[in-house]
Each structure stands twice: as C-alpha cells, then as structure tokens.
Ligand binder design. Sequence first.
Ligand SMILES: NC(=O)c1ccc[n+]([C@@H]2O[C@H](COP(=O)([O-])OP(=O)(O)OC[C@H]3O[C@@H](n4cnc5c(N)ncnc54)[C@H](O)[C@@H]3O)[C@@H](O)[C@H]2O)c1
Length: 277
Amino acid sequence: MRFPTVLVAGAGQMGAGIAQTFATSGRRVLLFDAAPGATGRAFETMRRSLEKLAAKGGADPDEVLARVEPADDLAPADLLVEAVVEDETVKVELFGRADAILPPGAVLASNTSSIPIGALAAATRRPAQVIGMHFFNPVPVMALVEVVRGPETSDATADAVVALAEELGKTPALANDVPGFVSNRILMPLINEAVWALHDGVADAEAIDTIAKLGFNHPLGPLALADLIGLDTCVAIMDVIRTGLGEERFAPCPLLLEHVAAGRLGRKSGAGFYNYR
Ligand SMILES: NC(=O)c1ccc[n+]([C@@H]2O[C@H](COP(=O)([O-])OP(=O)(O)OC[C@H]3O[C@@H](n4cnc5c(N)ncnc54)[C@H](O)[C@@H]3O)[C@@H](O)[C@H]2O)c1
C-alpha cells in the first residue's frame, strides 16, 4: 500500500472528510488541528458520515474510526495532507514545520483551493516532493481529486499521488500551478456572479439556485454551494486568484464580504445565504 500512514493537518470540514477517506482505504491516519475541540468535532462528523454510508453497505464505522488517531501536533508520517484555513502565511509556516518533522522520503501535499503550490514548496527543503491534492466537498462522496504540480514537483511524486487518488477510488485530473488552478477559476466567478445577482435584486436566493439547478442541471445552486464551501473560504480563494492573476474581475461581491464580516460563514456557522439552525 502506498503511504500507509497519513498525517492530516486541519480537522475542519475538509480535514474530517479527508481523514475518513484515507482511514476507509485501510490507512492509519493521524489527525491534527490547532484549535481545541476541533478533532473531537471531526470524529463526530466522521461517525455521522460513516453511519450513513454503512446503511448503504459501506464499511463498519468503528473499524474505520479505530484507524484515526488524534495528534497534538504535526507528527512523522509517509504523507502529509494539509487542510488548514486558506491562508498562505499559515500554510507556509505549517509546511516549514512539517519539513522538519516528517521523514525525508515523505510527500507533503496541500488541499489548498487556490494558493500556489510553489509558495508552499519554497518553505521546504524538498520541493520535488510537494504537490497539490485538492479534494472536493463532501470528500467521501465526491469523485474528483485535482492534482496540482508545482514548478519543482517531480514526476515520481506526481505519479505516486495520481496512483494514490485512484487507490482511494477517486478520479485524478492534473492541473498546473496557476492561482485557483482549474476548478476554482471556473467555480468562483459562477458563485460571485450569483451573489451579484442577489445583491442587484435580480431574484431571491431560492430563485437563483432553482434557475441554476434546473436550468444548468447542477445538483446544488451556486448560493447553496457557497454556503457548503464556507463564505470565508470563498472570499479567501477569490482574493488569491484576484491578486495572483492581477484581475479585478475576481474581486468578491460586497454582499459576500458583508456576510463574512458578520460571521455568517455558511453551513459551518449555521447561517449564510440560507439559515441552517
Ligand atoms: N470547503 C470546501 O468546500 C473546500 C474544498 C476544497 C478545498 N478546500 C480547502 O481546504 C482547506 C480547509 O478548508 P475547510 O473548509 O476544511 O475549512 P474549515 O474552516 O472547516 O477548517 C479549517 C481548520 O484548520 C484549522 N487550522 C487553522 N490553522 C491551523 C494550523 N496552523 N494548524 C492546524 N490546524 C489549523 C482550524 O482550526 C480549522 O479546524 C482550505 O485550504 C480550503 O481552501 C475547501
């Protein structure tokens, strides 16, 4: 088995899903988060998800969860998958520390939505072993992994991560290291334009999402999807793409900024464009 022990850093909505997916594949998972209580909440999220999947014939939740160990800090592993907040300074610091703690042969992967892999690789002495492994939400059910090669990522690292994604039952697709990669370069303008439509009074949130769902055959409307991703994460991604490409068309709509400033971050905070309480 490739990468028998995986360290997942960040136990938010993505980290929990990533940890669950690796543990379901039979791997040992170490789960670390800097915020007190975050790993405990991740275990609750994983259990709820695994119980739903078990009802449809999925793996035994207790067996899967027995492979996940909470960790107090970064720890040695064959692979790091970083899923902390979408903030370049935080990720760069984490990659520098991980480089000192993980063995020299380990691969350091980031689940970043938009931040250049080259910037994270530059914080390490192993840029050939740094790569983007971008999962989608909810990780246990979404099939895609966008694999992002940094400027110095080796063929061996890219090949191993592509093969790993396949072992997890996912479909990998390769993208180059340009801010936002492929997925968010397409998705964020769609979400932002939906927010502008709401801001400009073109329609209410339900109507905007109904039009996208039934008109474009999308499973979720863009406003509901933004709530699922997290409105803070959407703003962070738009800022990275806007700054990185130098294009104002990626600037977040003021209504999105208002929600984030008010702590309405989407599902994870209980309210966003919709109320989840
Ligand atoms: N939300 C999505 O749909 C989605 C999809 C793909 C990729 N991503 C990316 O995944 C990453 C995480 O997103 P999320 O939605 O899980 O966010 P989240 O807000 O749910 O979780 C982030 C977690 O990171 C932790 N954290 C912050 N700084 C840390 C540090 N220095 N060390 C350890 N833990 C730290 C926080 O305590 C929090 O638990 C981001 O880079 C995001 O862009 C998100």
